[in-house]
Design a protein around this ligand. Structure first.
Ligand SMILES: O=C(O)CCC(=O)C(=O)O
Length: 283
């Protein structure tokens, strides 16, 4: 993959997202899609079908695959996306936090509401981003991602939302997810507005993608994806990258893929634990 042009870097920094056309080799994309589709039959520890009871389609997610599946570790390395993250965030070293797979079959109505990744993660900093690689076509009708332009620079972190858990009591939310999450959610006063209803105030950026395209975005940028009302499966893999100033920020309620007891790092430490956060670009 060619590392970013200066114009793409500038766009990433001002908009919080940039579309990189045909950024990953097609043969690799096909190999990744094949492995991703095989996960449906044999998901990892954190994977599964998230479709609500009797709802149409299939919404499958899996994540944190690279530690246990050598093919996923190889994909993270071979994609070249870590070098892209390094240039975009002006980092010397880039580590992998986790990989995240999303599949939405035609007819799937589940959506990701407007959110930032930051409040869900046990890391913090300013040099943190994702590269979302399209493994199939997607457009606004078939669940492509949308972003609120420039929202990574607002210095606001919105309350994390879990639409599938709406209406549940805090106890039920905890049982459905993990300890501390109900308190964590309630600790944010700032709830994500319906940005699309205020076109005079906010600009929503939508991208149409084909296999091999990458959406590179900051972990503070507000984004969402809608239902898949297209005719084909929509699949993607998102790698979460940690740059030079990323630090360990454990909190009850953050995604438990890596917990405080899994790493030698203490709260506030720069991410230096090679065992848990493999260095993919640099040193
Ligand atoms: O692919 C999707 O539908 C959601 C992706 C997303 O929210 C992310 O990569 O952070």
């Amino acid at each position: 993959m060619d590392v970013l042009t200066d114009d793409q870097v500038a766009r990433f920094r001002s908009d919080g997202v940039v579309h990189l056309s045909q950024a990953v080799d097609q043969a690799l994309v096909e190999e990744i899609l094949d492995s991703v589709e095989r996960l449906i039959e044999s998901p990892g520890r954190f994977g599964g079908d998230m479709t609500s009871n009797r709802a149409p389609g299939m919404f499958f997610q899996d994540r944190y695959l690279h530690p246990e599946r050598p093919d996923f570790r190889r994909f993270a390395e071979a994609s070249g996306c870590a070098s892209v993250a390094a240039k975009a965030t002006n980092s010397t070293n880039i580590r992998l936090y986790y990989d995240h797979v999303f599949i939405k079959d035609p007819g799937t109505q589940e959506r990701f509401v407007w959110h930032q990744d930051r409040p869900y993660w046990a890391v913090d900093g300013t040099q943190i981003c994702s590269t979302w690689l399209a493994l199939t076509d997607a457009n606004a009708h078939s669940s492509a991602l949308e972003f609120v332009r420039g929202s990574h620079l607002w210095d606001r972190t919105f309350r994390p939302e879990y639409p599938a858990l709406e209406g549940l009591s805090p106890g039920e939310v905890e049982r459905a997810l993990w300890e501390g999450v109900a308190r964590h959610i309630e600790s944010f006063d700032d709830v994500c507005p319906a940005f699309e209803e205020h076109p005079d105030l906010y600009e929503v950026l939508s991208f149409e993608v084909v296999p091999g395209d990458v959406l590179l975005f900051d972990f503070r940028t507000v984004h969402r994806s809608g239902p898949n009302d297209g005719k084909n499966r929509r699949a993607a893999i998102s790698w979460r990258w940690l740059g030079d100033d990323a630090f360990w920020a454990p909190k009850d309620g953050a995604d438990p893929i890596i917990r405080d007891r899994d790493t030698v790092l203490g709260p506030g430490d720069l991410i230096t634990d090679d065992q848990v956060f493999p260095l993919i670009h640099g040193r």
